[in-house]
Design a protein around this ligand. Structure first.
Ligand SMILES: *Cc1c(COP(=O)(O)O)cnc(C)c1O
Length: 347
């Protein structure tokens, strides 16, 4: 059977042969006792790459974000989030359930919050108000289409935060895509955040795991919350071994995913009935508005599936395509052709 062209997410990437080999050979120990040398090595590498004092391996990006929020805040606090952020939209209401904080939402432009809006949302010291204890930024921004926060905006956001004595957490699930787009090392981006989370399991192809990085004191406190959430893993070095390969071998090639996403976006945007805000096509995510086709996202996804192509639809008119290690230029061209055929059938 021919393989599917799977454009649903970069989370569908499978571990590379080199990762499987590294997992097989990994030297391991009980990481809850701090005795897994491979986890330690991964955490040291991640701290170095992000320019932070310390880092911690977590089971998923969601666990990483939630642990960071729990570490930065106290129940009853308020945290500032972009309106369509992953933390607000896709983390099962965890901030309320786990950290006991409430969200103050700010609409971003292509996922980027204006630092002036952030400053205006910070609570004054008043008996009635909750305490604003954290500002979260998302880089790249998933629902906005993989958009990158410009460096000067990031810097201004951090200045505002420091002026008010509030920490910044960066949901950098795809921070390596942001770094690739900007042509800067990850640490240059991470310096404008007190804590950063990134995923090993998306475009970097590791099977499981994410990283949280920050000051030594922050990571020490975060370890307790990770344990509380069931993230104290034993011989986790088998997973960390793949993460090390991800950091050593898989970051440089992300530019190919970005080129493929651009090619895909240009092809799709030329089809009548489909429109894409090309300014959002910066990294490996393409969000298309298909309202001109007169079918829903789910219907398009269903028709594409018949042609061997998987995408994430939805009941509305927005559909998402994500490029990754398992997608080459040929797959992109075949996908554009398939959508063209469907559009022609509908006309
Ligand atoms: C995928 C993602 C996460 C969560 O990662 P999981 O490993 O799927 O829990 C968090 N933030 C953003 C922006 C993401 O895209």
């Amino acid at each position: 059977m021919a393989k599917y062209i799977d454009l649903r997410s970069d989370t569908v990437t499978l571990p590379t042969p080199e990762m499987r080999e590294a997992m097989y050979r990994a030297e391991v120990g009980d990481d809850v006792y701090g005795e897994d040398p491979t986890v330690r090595r991964l955490e040291e590498m991640a701290a170095e790459i992000t320019g932070k004092e310390a880092a911690m391996f977590v089971t998923s990006g969601t666990q990483g974000n939630q642990v960071c929020i729990m570490t930065h805040t106290r129940p009853g606090d308020e945290i500032i989030l972009e309106e369509k952020s992953h933390i607000f939209t896709y983390e099962v209401g965890g901030i309320g359930y786990l950290a006991g904080v409430q969200a103050r939402l700010i609409p971003g432009k292509r996922g980027v919050m204006d630092p002036t809006d952030i400053e205006a949302a910070i609570r004054e010291d008043d008996l009635h108000f909750p305490r604003t204890s954290l500002i979260c930024v998302e880089n790249t921004h998933n629902r906005a289409g993989g958009t990158v926060i410009p460096m000067d905006t990031l810097e201004k956001t951090y200045e505002v935060a420091k002026k008010h004595g509030i920490p910044v957490h960066m949901d950098g699930a795809r921070i390596f895509n942001a770094a690739t787009y900007l042509g800067v090392p990850v640490r240059d981006i991470a310096r404008y955040a007190d804590s950063v989370m990134f995923c090993l399991s998306k475009g970097l192809c590791a099977p499981v795991g994410s990283i949280v990085a920050g000051s030594r004191d922050f990571i020490n406190r975060a370890r307790k919350f990770r344990k509380m959430l069931g993230g104290g893993l034993r011989q986790a070095g088998f997973l960390a071994a793949a993460g090390i390969v991800a950091l050593e071998k898989m970051t440089e090639r992300l530019k190919e995913d970005h080129e493929n996403a651009r090619l895909l976006a240009e092809g799709l945007n030329s089809i009548p009935g489909i429109s894409i805000d090309m300014k959002t096509v910066q990294t490996n995510i393409v969000i298309c508005d298909i309202s001109g086709l007169g079918i829903s996202g789910n219907e398009l996804a269903g028709r594409l599936l018949e042609k061997g192509i998987k995408i994430n639809g939805g009941s509305g008119s927005l559909v998402r395509f994500v490029t990754h290690y398992g997608i080459d230029k040929n797959d992109v061209l075949r996908t554009v052709e398939a959508v063209k055929e469907i559009a022609a059938e509908l006309n």
